[in-house]
Design a protein around this ligand. Structure first.
Ligand code: ADP
Length: 322
């Protein structure tokens, strides 16, 4: 390779920095020049590229966010616009690109691979863990732990005031984050987009545990899902059933913070491995994790299929509080 470029795109996630560092250091170790693209696909279109040195990625392994900045770029969905991006890369002598981001960013990456002779590799960077073909994503572990820190604090207030709390976590259309957080927080209930909510049942369960003295306070973890204001609506419905739960929306705090040790190792490994895959002649793939090992998955299938929530894990979340 003459030179490769790396960018971060879409919603940021803790661990994007060690992933960038992994790509940069692995490329330099192999004598390949690396460019860092600023602000995802928007910066690519604007030609905002910087030569990365080993020093550019010094002291970032522990930092949340992304030093390359991230952005959403609606116009990238147009073929003519992507053609301009391909020209920017070629005119800078770049023949490969590593894209770190979620589902949307990987869709853009796949189209770039289809529409050019550039080598393109995607890395799963999202707190949602909703990407097909990989059992883990960069930032998921940190986000689970951030939500747990918050819930442990909320539990103190829930317990002092004998209240139930509905705690909304992120996750887009997927219940992965909520299910993991629910199990690890010992939540009374987990509500996810993949399964129907039985609000009367939940109301009964809460009143029952209050009556029997099992618990007058508890945590119900709600995945944000697609409906804005879902958690407030559920709280309203529970109110009509005689409960008075409080609502706490964790929001963007889940996307920030120092990446956990797990995410730093995952991001560093995937970042460095993306360069190995490029050197071995691969393109149009995502580098991810299956059965604990690093694997390559065609980007085409990554974006075509939806990753399903493991029903056994969800059942476990519901069973353990009984
Ligand atoms: P994430 O990568 O976290 O899923 P988005 O879904 O917002 O975040 O996507 C990030 C960016 O990826 C978008 O702003 C756009 O530039 C690009 N992208 C998303 N969907 C497509 C698509 N269908 N075709 C081309 N590019 C896309």
């Amino acid at each position: 390779f003459n030179a490769i470029a790396v960018l971060t795109s879409g919603g940021d996630s803790p661990g994007m920095n060690p992933a960038v560092r992994g790509v940069v250091r692995a490329a330099l170790n192999n004598g390949i020049q690396v460019y860092g693209v600023q602000r995802g696909y928007s910066g690519l279109l604007a030609g905002d590229l910087r030569v990365m040195t080993s020093a550019s990625v010094r002291n970032i392994v522990q930092r949340g966010g992304t030093i390359l900045k991230s952005d959403r770029c609606e116009e990238f969905k147009q073929k003519e616009v992507r053609k301009r991006a391909i020209e920017v890369l070629k005119s800078n002598g770049i023949d490969a690109l590593v894209v770190i981001g979620g589902d949307g960013s990987l869709t853009g990456a796949h189209l770039l691979a289809e529409e050019s002779d550039l080598a393109i590799i995607g890395l799963p960077g999202t707190i949602d863990n909703d990407i097909f073909g990989t059992e883990d994503t960069i930032g998921f572990d940190t986000a689970v732990n951030t939500a747990l820190d918050a819930i442990d604090k909320i539990r103190d207030t829930a317990s002092s005031h004998e209240r139930h709390f509905l705690v909304e976590v992120m996750g887009r259309n997927s219940g992965f984050l909520a299910t993991h957080v629910g199990i690890a927080a010992g939540a009374e209930m987990v509500i996810v987009p993949e399964y129907e909510v039985h609000i009367e049942q939940l109301g009964q369960q809460l009143s029952e545990s209050r009556r029997t003295g099992k618990g007058s306070s508890g945590i119900i973890v709600v995945a944000e899902g697609q409906e804005p204001g879902l958690t407030y609506r559920l709280a309203q419905q529970l109110k009509q059933l005689g409960e008075e739960p409080r609502v706490c929306i964790l929001g963007h705090i889940q996307r920030g913070g120092r990446p956990s040790g797990h995410d730093r190792v995952l991001a560093s490994s995937l970042g460095a491995m993306s360069v190995n895959y490029l050197l071995a002649g691969y393109s149009d793939i995502m580098v991810g994790i299956a059965d604990g090992a690093i694997v390559d998955v065609p980007l085409d299938s990554v974006i075509r299929y939806r990753k399903g929530l493991d029903p056994k894990l969800f059942e476990l979340a519901l069973l353990l509080h009984k």
